[in-house]
Design a protein around this ligand. Structure first.
Ligand code: R5P
Length: 349
């Protein structure tokens, strides 16, 4: 497994000489100090969804994670008691809404509510994986639009702004009526792929909806794009109908947002090899990895599956074919920029 924080080590270094800035991100985004922010001191709070990521972000920023004292009442209800005063502060709550998604969403709502009632100056929900995103429009009558419903709940609970990573559909950003910053891991993924010395590279989008995501990586790697066309016969049954584009004799990098059951990846890898692809590598942002997804990926004809730590992976699922890249440096840098009212879009250049 490639070490977590690899991207951080390669792009950002820690200043060891000045004790006030040790661990801060340096280069263009050096932390300017609390006086640079109109929002009070920067505070971090982590829900229970991904404490490892919250800690890595905290290490980058040298800002401790405030204990939210998440507890359960005997009947299973969630209780929160934020340990320090949040009055007037600029608070970032780190909580991907990964499985168990309903639990993690409720935790997020309750933490946001506690912060609002604690007179926090401004609250940003940092949601590196946004669940319930598949339903962002109605495809049949009498269906919900859960991506919009969850956006309503998050803002209603008290988020003044959102920091998001690789949403399933870009349009979801518009479901929030508060400011949002939507980050992409394409540079982290591309920089890693450059170390893999791939030959005659083609970037593959598993479906038309993934075209923009694949294009971002293809542009970085100066590679052509191919597209898959799939049909779902059930929630976890995927049929790959066709692959269009140049794949014969080429190393193919499939760029995906989520791996849930691994069905899409296995079927696409099969089709790519059937059409003469040389190697198949997968780069997916969110390793949700439900049920027997890992077994499926191990059996699939793929050389490597690159994912990020937006969602925690249980230790028993780690190891080949997975390579985990950390998004903590990217999120930490975005948090500093939001805190200091500086451009976040510069991160994409
Ligand atoms: C669907 O449109 C998404 O982009 C992913 O392709 C999907 O969530 C992957 O799911 P699975 O791993 O279950 O095929």
């Amino acid at each position: 497994m490639f070490p977590l924080g690899w991207y951080g080590e390669s792009r950002w270094t820690q200043k060891q000489s000045d004790s006030k800035v040790i661990g801060r991100l340096t280069t263009a985004v050096e932390f300017a100090g609390e006086e640079a922010s109109p929002w009070g001191a920067l505070k971090l709070i982590g829900g229970s969804a991904n404490p490892g990521l919250a800690q890595l972000i905290s290490d980058q920023l040298q800002v401790p994670v405030t204990d939210a004292r998440l507890r359960r009442f005997p009947d299973g209800e969630i209780n929160v008691k934020i340990e320090d005063s949040m009055r007037g502060h600029d608070v970032f709550v780190i909580q991907p809404t990964c499985p168990p998604v309903n639990e993690h969403l409720m935790e997020l709502f309750i933490i946001l509510d506690a912060l609002r009632r604690a007179s926090a100056g401004r609250v940003t929900a940092v949601v590196p994986y946004y669940g319930y995103a598949r339903k962002e429009r109605k495809t049949q009558p009498r269906e919900p639009i859960t991506a919009k419903l969850i956006a309503n709940f998050i803002t209603l609970a008290g988020a003044d702004r959102l920091l998001l990573l690789d949403l399933h559909a870009e349009a979801i950003e518009g479901f929030f009526d508060v400011p949002t910053d939507h980050l992409s891991p394409h540079r982290i993924i591309s920089e890693y792929l450059l170390t893999r010395h791939l030959k005659n590279l083609t970037v593959v989008a598993p479906d038309a909806g993934g075209g923009r995501r694949a294009e971002l990586v293809a542009n970085q790697l100066k590679a052509p794009i191919a597209f898959g066309y799939k049909r779902r016969s059930g929630d976890d049954e995927v049929e790959m109908i066709a692959v269009s584009g140049e794949v014969k004799g080429r190393d193919c990098v499939v760029v995906e947002d989520i791996i849930t059951t691994g069905g899409t990846i296995s079927k696409l890898a099969q089709s790519l090899h059937a059409q003469g692809a040389n190697r198949v590598i997968v780069a997916a942002t969110h390793p949700v990895l439900s049920g027997n997804a890992i077994e499926r990926l191990k059996k699939a004809d793929v050389d490597e599956v690159i994912v990020t730590d937006s969602v925690p992976i249980p230790p028993e699922k780690l190891g080949p074919p997975l390579t985990v890249l950390s998004v903590a440096p990217l999120l930490a840098e975005a948090i500093i920029r939001v805190h200091e009212n500086r451009s976040v879009s510069e991160l994409f250049r």
